[in-house]
Design a binder for this molecule. Structure first.
Ligand code: UDP
Ligand code: MG
Length: 136
């Protein structure tokens, strides 16, 4: 049975800064994702704080929000069968050191904080995150 899903992906400042936008998009396309929507933006720290609210009690929250708002990012809606899980697999582990070969974070990630991409972690959060960036 078909389970076409959409998920939110972000190419983070460290990757945009290194001009990896096209290479990372190519990895999504080669792996069967369709980029339905995309925009390159820079967000305010207050918006990063809203986006990452789930992490507000974590010790890395402040640095994370400074970082996500530190430069241009590319936000995308990706579509594929089981896109949420598929994107998490393609991204690899949060810490690039632990990421499997062939994943985006293994290939491009610099460190646990500069790990090049974000991806929604559940179907419910994907809906919330897509609305966050693309609700008109
Ligand atoms: N992060 C960090 N230090 C940590 C854990 C996470 O800087 O010890 C950052 C990292 O950029 C990560 C983001 O916070 O991508 C969100 O953390 P999460 O656990 O949700 O990881 P993800 O879902 O991005 O794999
Ligand atoms: Mg997460």
């Amino acid at each position: 049975m078909s389970n076409m899903e959409q998920t939110l992906s972000i190419i983070k400042p460290d990757a945009v800064e290194r001009n990896l936008e096209n290479e990372i998009k190519e990895m999504f396309k080669i792996n069967g994702f369709t980029i339905l929507k995309e925009k390159k933006i820079q967000i305010e720290k207050s918006e990063a704080e809203k986006f990452y609210k789930v992490h507000e009690t974590k010790p890395f929250y402040n640095d994370l929000c400074d970082y996500l708002s530190s430069g241009p990012i590319v936000v995308m809606v990706l579509e594929k069968e089981n896109a949420v899980f598929g994107n998490r697999e393609l991204m690899g582990a949060t810490n690039p050191k632990d990421a499997d070969d062939g994943t985006i974070r293994k290939k491009y990630g610099i460190s646990i904080d500069k790990n090049s991409v974000h991806g929604s972690d559940s179907f419910e959060n994907a809906k919330i995150e897509i609305d966050f960036f693309f609700k008109d």
